[in-house]
Design a protein around this ligand. Sequence first.
Ligand code: NI
Length: 162
Amino acid sequence: MRPVASQSKIYETGPSTTARSARHEWVFTQPGMPGSVACHDGDMEAVNLDAMLARFAEHWSPKKIAQVNDYDVRIVKIQGEFTWHRHADTDEFFLVLDGQLTIQMRDGNVVLAPRELFVVPRGVEHCPRADTETAVLLFEPSTVINTGDAGGELTAEVEELA
Ligand code: NI
């Protein structure tokens, strides 16, 4: 008989079986049988991008919303032109959530719409620009400073939202 999925619970009739992968474990069992493992909905909290974006208004001030090993997931709202800079030690990942981002580089520009991403290779000079307010998700080492080697007024402390 095929397992029947309801929410996060998966049951099948007959003895319980366990499927394993490197990071996840699914337990297939009949309710009440020995070996059944309770699944609780809602115990873990999702990070909601819209909710996080609603918590700040300022431009060019990245907010940390998650950490992945020694990388930060950051979101930032931008409008206008940033400053030309480079990151000598790391690539920099940009994913547009809303608006339109132009990443100017010396060899040419890339224009990103929502759900489009681009990785600026390490050492490549770049200058983000957005003609209307644009929201961007960044994925980069926690040590990365937004203005890279340029410094200056636009250098921002990264505030943690989550
Ligand atoms: Ni940069």
